[in-house]
Design a protein around this ligand. Structure first.
Ligand code: NCD
Length: 453
């Protein structure tokens, strides 16, 4: 398995789960299996390599499993695990920190940060590979690798699985990365959000547009539904042939069976004081439902009260296994990013950290208030958007947090005139002179005027 190190490893960042192709993920599982078969046998793989963990938010498993993985690969670890102990407390930007730490201090960086899109900033400014250890409510791709790996080992496949996502689906970054991956692998997703904490619209839209995963029902669910009460759930189904399985009734949702229930805690640190009274809880009784007979109980941990302790020794509970598999999975990932192992699988076609198509577009601002471009990045980041092809009005996705915005108005920086996106005059504006705006007010505030008809 261990090929000779490449002379000049390509910088492979993992910011979003989309940064790895499906084939690469499956190949990484094989490597993780090999690492796991003899955890102590790989101390030559990354000898002389240093990993830095920069964690500006609390963590137990993610940071320690990364550190353990690098130590098991024979490398060294330096760590900043407390934001207050770094220069961030003095006002240093993430960009400056990673520029300094990535390079002579460390060969790979693992970053956790409270702001959405922070990991992309780190990836752009660091000269060494960056791994997103969780950025705000955006993504947590390595947790997803562990989750997929666990499910794949438990069920022998991912395609066609029925997976229930439960709890705080709005702010859980683990859920966001996981559902994109599930959709890509052809699993079916049942959402059971705590009311008010549904999957955000932008995630639903992406599932629909990029993977053909449709919201069949949009009613709110609750866990007692599993035990057959009248509670409801939203059902998303991939528009693929494997959907045409035999369905049975679960609440008012039809599924053939449940393969996994992925529970999440209320992400209180990201809430605006919302009440989470009566938050769902998995118990022996909910898991007694016929549909859940073979369901695996999953959780990224830490658990607060969402899974009753009585389920810990139920053979279907795999949450501690997810955490355990995190070490070999992260060994495989980092060995790959550092060029110590090579994969036959090609990377995804869009693999790129290059600036987007609409870099620095005038007027447009990411509409996600938690995006790093609207927080610490205000000081130094150039706003950057990627154009989603074939969209009218044009949809632009923030290159950092990926939140989308519609450019309903397009201005001409030469004449300072602005038009509706579908106006005839827009076609005449040269590409480099275009300024994009979501609202009329934004355009006027930037000094553009609407010519009278
Ligand atoms: C998760 C996280 O940080 O997003 N924890 C983890 O990394 N395993 C989940 C959580 O904190 O609820």
């Amino acid at each position: 398995m261990m090929a000779a190190p490449m002379a000049e490893p390509v910088k492979r960042d993992l910011v979003s789960i989309e940064d790895l192709s499906t084939a690469e993920i499956l190949e990484l599982f094989q490597h993780a299996d090999e690492f796991r078969s003899n955890l102590h046998g790989w101390s030559d793989v990354c000898r002389g390599t240093i990993m830095a963990t920069l964690f500006f938010e609390p963590s137990t498993r993610t940071r320690l499993s990364f550190e353990s993985a690098m130590l098991r690969l024979g490398g060294g670890v330096i760590t900043a695990a407390d934001a207050e102990s770094t220069s961030r407390a003095k006002g240093e930007s993430l960009a400056d920190t990673v520029r300094v730490v990535g390079g002579s201090y460390a060969d790979i960086l693992v970053v956790r940060h409270p702001e959405d899109g922070a990991a992309r900033v780190a990836a752009r400014y660091a000269t060494v590979p960056v791994v997103n250890g969780g950025d705000g409510a955006h993504e947590h791709p390595t947790q997803t690798l562990c989750d997929l790996y666990t499910l794949w080992k438990e069920k022998g496949r991912l395609e066609g699985l029925e997976v229930v996502l439960c709890g705080d689906l709005r702010y859980s970054r683990t859920i966001h990365s996981f559902c994109y991956a599930l959709a890509r692998f052809g699993a079916n997703i049942v959402t059971m959000p705590y009311p008010g904490f549904e999957l955000p619209d932008y995630v639903l839209q992406r599932l629909r547009r990029d993977y053909g995963v449709q919201a069949a029902t949009a009613s709110v669910g609750d866990l007692p539904g599993l035990a057959g009460s009248s509670n409801t759930a939203a059902y998303l189904t991939a528009s693929r042939p494997h959907q045409l399985a035999l369905f049975t009734k679960l609440g008012n949702v039809e599924v053939s069976r449940i393969d996994a229930i992925y529970m999440t805690r209320a992400q209180r640190e990201r809430h605006d004081g919302e009440d989470t009274k009566d938050y769902p809880r998995l118990t022996r009784s909910t898991m007694g439902a016929a549909a859940a007979k073979d369901a695996r109980v999953m959780h990224p941990l830490p658990r607060v009260d969402e899974i009753s302790y009585e389920l810990d020794d139920d053979p279907r509970s795999v949450y501690f296994r997810q955490a355990e598999l995190g070490v070999p999975m992260r060994m495989a990932l980092m060995a790959y990013q550092l060029g110590k192992i090579q994969l036959e699988a090609p990377p995804p076609p869009l693999f790129s950290v290059a600036p987007g198509d609409a870099s620095g577009v005038l007027g447009l601002r990411c509409r996600n208030e938690r995006c790093i471009t609207n927080n610490e990045g205000v000081r130094y980041l150039v706003r950057d958007f990627r154009v989603r092809p074939d969209t009218t009005p044009m949809v632009l996705a923030c290159a950092y947090c990926e939140r989308e915005v519609e450019a309903r108005f397009i201005g001409d920086t030469a004449s300072r005139s602005v038009y509706e996106h579908n106006a005839r005059q827009v076609r005449e504006i040269r590409k480099e002179c275009r300024a994009y705006f979501a609202t009329e007010d934004q355009a006027r505030a930037a000094g553009f005027t609407f010519p009278s008809a």
